[in-house]
Structure formats: structure tokens, C-alpha cells
Design a protein around this ligand. Sequence first.
Ligand SMILES: [Mn+2]
Length: 317
Amino acid sequence: MAIYEQILNKIKEYNVIIIHGHVRPDGDCIGSQLGLREALRLNFPDKKVYAVGEMSNYVSFLGKIDEVSDDLYNNALAICVDCGNSERLSDQRFKLAKEVIKIDHHIPVDSYGDLELVEEEKPACAQIIYEILENNNLKINKETATCLYTGIVTDTGRFRFDSVTSETFVVAAKLLNYGVNIVEIDNYLSVETLDVIKFKGYVLSHFKLTREGFAYIKITKEIVEKYNISYEDAANQVNLISTIPGYPVWSLVIEYPTEIRIRLRSRGPDVDKLANLYHGGGHAKASGAKLSSWDELKQFIKDANNLVKNYKKENLE
Ligand SMILES: [Mn+2]
């Protein structure tokens, strides 16, 4: 039986379906969660369908996250989207569910689903959600389409990443037919507060470059507080240093109240293995990792330098 049909059959089996995403959710995560919730409510009005976990402010125009009690999980199906490792799932109560479906496009770290649809080559989990709906001939409305389109737009850097294929545009085109307002979505996603704009100025005047070709910016929690922005808004500025010729790998290293996290990006060598060395992972060209202290940054820079050096040697750059 095709995977799409298997997923539909599981959905049909359960009266309670709870959709989980990952911690510090991005547009693709929230778009996938809320888009799937809306579609399941539309197609199965008798089922109770919820989306739980953290929310992100910048995509709050897509809808709200639900609060559910523990006992709801007793006979529930949990559908986990956009998350390659179970540890990273927001709201660990997915473990209480009777069965778990994993739908994702990250390099798998662990296999936590009873049923799994993982397509690493897909640029957004929201695209996979669309394909599940389409292949099962499920109804789609404007709300679902808006969520899924937002997921695709955000995870592809507005259709600029190399994971984008003609298929991605075909899916986007079909979503537009449901009434998606691309200008409105772009306006929501483009909002920037004055504080964020000032913080960007800080990043652009303080980033560091290594001789080998690694660019990075170090953000302490004092800086985040000084600029009066959220940690998420600060971390999202990683691509401000993405365009410098000769620096194919770059990072934003940021001190959260309880841990130091790295956003690691590349347009050259794959960086997911490097992220694995520092308690992280993700995509080949976009990964996340952690440092146990600022002292560890030196070693991380060394490792990043070696990665870039070897890449340049192999590619005669
Ligand atoms: Mn994603």
C-alpha cells in the first residue's frame, strides 16, 4: 500500500489526532501543523484535531496553537511534523499517544514514528503535507493553503534555495488556486521592528572573518537584552553574513538564557556532520548545534575552518 494511503488509513482509525512540531518552531513547522489541522478538521468534521507545542510570533497570523490535557492522548494518534529527532519535538507528550506518525524532510536522527514519511529532498515539510492531501483527494480550503504556502515560502527562503524544484512551484501554484494572498503573506513575513533593524546594524558591524573562509557573529545574552529583541529575532539574522565572496560557511552563535546555540549555514560544503559533533544536526546546508560554554567556540571555529579549507582545496576555490 502506498504511504499516502497508509497515512490516511491511520487518520481514519483515530478520533483524536494531535499534531506536534519542533521547539522554536519556524514558518514551515507552524504552517505544516496548522495547515494539516485545518485540512483534517475540514475533511473529518467529527474528529477532534489539535496542534500543540510552541508558537512563533512572526507566523501568528496563521492561527493559534491548542492546549490539550494529558488524558486526550490515551486514544490519540500523534502526527509529528518537520522534526528529525524526537528530542527536539515540542511537547514530549507525543510519547503518550497510541501511535505516532512522523512526516519530515530533515536528515533523520532517530526514527520515532510507527509510520514515517521522510523525504529529505523536499524543501519544506509543508510541501509533503500538500502531497499527502492531494494524493488522498482530500479537500483543501484557503486557510490550509495559506498555512502550507507560508511553510514553503519560509523554508525555501522565498524560493531561493537549491532544494526548490519545479515540483515546488507546481505545488505553490496549486495552493494559489485556493485563494492564497501572496502579498498579504509577504507583508506579514517582512515586518521588522526598529529594534530588529538596529540589531542588524550590530551584526553587520561586529561579525568576524577567519583566514580560512569562515564568517561568524557572536551574540551574548547581554547584547540580546541591550537591543531589546527576542532570541528568535536575533538568531534569525544569521543570513546577514551569507553573501561574502570567499566565505562559503557562516554561523550565528547566540547565548540563550540556558544554553549557547549555533546556527550553521553553507553554500559550499555540507555542514550537518559538523553540527553532529556539537549536539546538533539538520540539513546539509543549514544545521543547528550547541556549545557547552563560550570556551568551546574556539574549537568550533577550528573545525569550521578545516571544513572550509578542505572544501576549497577540493574545489580549487
Ligand atoms: Mn522545515
